[in-house]
Structures are given as C-alpha cells and as structure tokens.
Design a protein around this ligand. Structure first.
Ligand code: ATP
Ligand code: MG
Length: 407
C-alpha cells in the first residue's frame, strides 16, 4: 500500500498548556532534521509528513519507520492514505484501502471495526455516523463482519481540518518530549554500553545532549585531528553518529586526559584512582558548562554496577564540578535492562567494539567502595588537580556530527 502521509501523534506535548506550541515547533523542526524532508506540517493535535517520491520506495519508507520509532516526542505514528474532506471521498478511500489491505495480507476471521475520530467539528457528519456508513460499506462489499469488541483489523479514520486520513496500523514511538524543549546537557561519554543509553534517556526528556569524552591518547601532540586519531577514535565517532541519527545532530568534545592520568597513577593509591579521575571529569565538564549553556551533566552510572558506583562513591563523584545537577537516568536499571535499550537504539553493537578505554587501567583490584571526601580532597590538593584539568580542557577538540539525511 503506497501511503500519502505519515500521521504523527504526540501525547505529553498535549498536556503542557501554553507550552504546547513551543513543543510542537520543536518536534516539527526535529522531524525535518531527522527525516531530511521539509514537508512536515502541523495539524490540529497531530503532525503530518507529506510523502513525495518516497511513497513508492520501500527502503525510504523503512528508513522513516526506523527513525520515527526512536524520535523523542513521537508517541505513535502511522503510514496513511489521505483524501479530500467529503463523505463520498472518505467512503471511496476506506473501500480502496480495504481492498488493497485484503489483497496484500491474509486474514482468518475477517472481522473489522472502523474507529473514526473527528477533530474537525464542521465536517458534515459525526464520528458515530461515519463509523456506521463506512462499516456498512465495507461489510457489504467485502463480506467481512463488524466486531466491536475484538476485531481482527481496526481501520482508523481521522477527520482533520484539511484532509481525512485512513490507516490500520499504529506504530509505537518512544514518547517523551521533543529534543530541545528542556535545554542543553553534557553527557560524560565513555563509549561503553551505559553512557550512550543515558544520553538517549535525556534526549527523551527533551534535552539536547552534547557528548564529552575523555581519552588517554593523542597522535600528533597538541595538533591532533580527528583524522590522526581515527583508528582509536572510530568507535566514539560511530557512537556519536548513531546518536546524531536520533537527535538530528550531535556535538562531541574530546578532552585529552593522558598527562593527568599519568600523574594520578604516580601520586594516587590504586583504590582512589578511578574516583579522582571521575571527579576530574566532572570538574572539566563544569568548566565548560557556562560557555556551552549546559544545565546539567548526565552519566551512565547504575547503582552498584561496578565498585565505583556505590552510594558513597557516587556522592564523592557528584560532589565535584560545582553545583551543576548531575543526572544518572540509569541509576535504577539492571544491566540487562540497559542492554535492551542499547540494542533498541542501535548503540549496543558499537559499544561492545574493543576500545582502549582511558579508565580500563584505572581499575584497581580492590577499589575503594566507601570513599571519604576529605581524604580524596587531600589527594587532589597534592595532585594540583585544578591545574591539570584546566590544561586538558584547553587542549580539547570539538566535533559535530549530523544525521545522514540532514538537509
Ligand atoms: P560500561 O559500564 O558499559 O562499560 P560505562 O559507560 O558505564 O560503560 P563505567 O566505567 O561504568 O563506563 O563508567 C561510569 C560512567 O562514568 C560512564 O557511564 C560515564 O558517564 C563516565 N565515564 C567513564 N569513562 C569516561 C570517559 N572516558 N569519558 C567520559 N565519561 C566517562
Ligand atoms: Mg557502567
């Protein structure tokens, strides 16, 4: 069946009163970026993507489907046929829709239900009457029976301000809020399984997420480029690009922590290294927060997952980096739940690629699980942590990745 439009429904947006228009505008802008089309239009209570040449291209429609299924703010969507706003056209459309559907799919019970929703109150007849007219037309023409309770097929008919749309399959989106309505946030981005999922969770709550990655290697001294460190950086780049497909685009700040790390190894006992290292990351991100308008820091921490993620340790880690909110959306999820989301958003297979993570040799055999802030701060003074963090931040490089279909 060649669709004319994609109908997009959002839910949380609708409940936000005065903000509604602001939210709708954000979602429309995001959809244009993610899908690479300008033909995204607002209707009462929904958004339509008008299809052009894509309507006959299976692969293009598949791509749209994949992207919409992960677009924050989309509650559900449907590939639909559309017609003019009159009863006769509506009847014809439902009949031809049904004809094509029964030609392309096998059905056993052959029972159906028409569900009409009329948001256009000036349309000649009400929704109940539409259900009746359309139901009778289909039942007589196709020898199917109406079942209101448990139909094999539901045909949805939406009577809008400018057109009528008809579809039978509601596809689930991830819901939440459109990216951009909750401000900007930095993600402490390791390239493991967890932090990309944490980034996605915040996109779903309306944040523009920017990635900050700390690494312990750079090729050509201070003048490193993405090119010169590509062989190491490939995984981070791939993950960033994957997230750009969901967000429309994504920025990545790469901060070299190699020198700082050597100093930590030299001066700090093994059991504290990871904590000090994580605190330094918080400090570095906090330093960049104002100029980037980051209103918070998101991490992939999950309580008790590894030794550095006890409540005592998270308190110590999150105490660094001024008063910026530290958010850990995975804190209550089990690893298998996190992996499930990672697979759904397409980051899992990239996250498990090998990467010489800067933290891997920071992991002590017996890490501290009940760190005391005063002891940590004493060690940081000895380290001159502020100086090293500033140096690393000054040597950062910034990159931006756009969604592949971006126009
Ligand atoms: P996984 O646990 O799947 O290996 P992870 O991303 O959770 O990956 P952890 O070692 O558990 O890695 O680190 C906990 C959190 O610390 C990460 O989720 C991330 O927010 C932050 N983090 C760790 N290493 C880095 C890094 N190199 N750059 C930026 N943030 C990091
Ligand atoms: Mg982890």
């Amino acid at each position: 069946m060649q669709p004319d439009v994609i109908v997009i429904h959002y839910s949380e947006i609708g409940t936000k009163g005065e903000n509604r228009e602001f939210f709708e505008r954000a979602l429309i802008k995001n959809l244009k970026g993610i899908l690479g089309t300008k033909r995204v239009v607002k209707r009462y209570g929904k958004i339509l993507v008008e299809l052009g040449a894509e309507r006959g291209e299976k692969s293009a429609l598949e791509k749209f489907k994949e992207k919409l299924a992960l677009c924050p703010g989309v509650e559900y969507f449907a590939f639909a046929r559309a017609c003019k706003l009159d009863v006769e056209s509506m009847k014809k459309l439902v009949e031809s829709y049904f004809e094509e559907l029964t030609k392309t799919q096998k059905f056993d019970e052959k029972s159906f239900k028409i569900e009409t929703q009329r948001s256009n109150k000036s349309f000649a007849i009400g929704s109940q009457e539409c259900n009746k007219i359309l139901g009778e037309a289909v039942a007589s023409k196709f020898a199917w029976k109406v079942s209101l309770k448990n139909p094999e097929v539901r045909i949805f008919v939406e009577i809008g301000e400018q057109e009528i749309v008809v579809y039978h399959e509601k596809l689930r989106g991830v819901g939440g809020l459109p990216v951009g309505v909750s401000g900007k946030i930095a993600c402490s981005f390791s390239g493991g399984i967890d932090s990309p999922v944490a980034a996605f969770m915040m996109m779903k709550r309306g944040c523009v997420v920017e990635l900050v990655h700390f690494f312990n290697y750079h090729a050509g001294g201070q003048n490193y480029s993405l090119e010169s460190m590509r062989w190491r950086f490939e995984k981070i780049e791939k993950l960033a690009k994957r997230l750009a497909e969901i967000q429309g685009q994504v920025s990545l700040v790469a901060v070299p922590f190699e020198e700082f790390q050597s100093r930590v190894v030299e001066l700090v006992p093994g059991k504290y290294r990871m904590l000090i290292y994580r605190r330094a990351m918080m400090q570095a991100i906090a330093r960049l927060a104002e100029q980037n308008a980051w209103g918070g820091i998101v991490t992939g921490d999950s309580l008790g997952q590894v030794a550095s993620q006890t409540l005592d340790n998270l308190k110590v880690i999150f105490a660094a980096g001024d008063g910026i909110p530290k958010l850990a959306p995975l804190v209550g999820l089990n690893k298998n739940e996190i992996i499930e989301i990672a697979k759904k958003i397409g980051t899992y297979e990239l996250s498990v690629l090998p990467y010489p993570d800067c933290c891997s040799f920071m992991i002590a055999r017996h890490p501290e699980t009940r760190a005391r802030l005063s002891e940590i701060e004493r060690l940081e003074g000895k380290l001159e942590i502020d100086k090293w963090v500033e140096r690393a931040v000054n040597e950062r490089k910034e990159f931006n990745f756009k969604a592949s279909s971006s126009i």
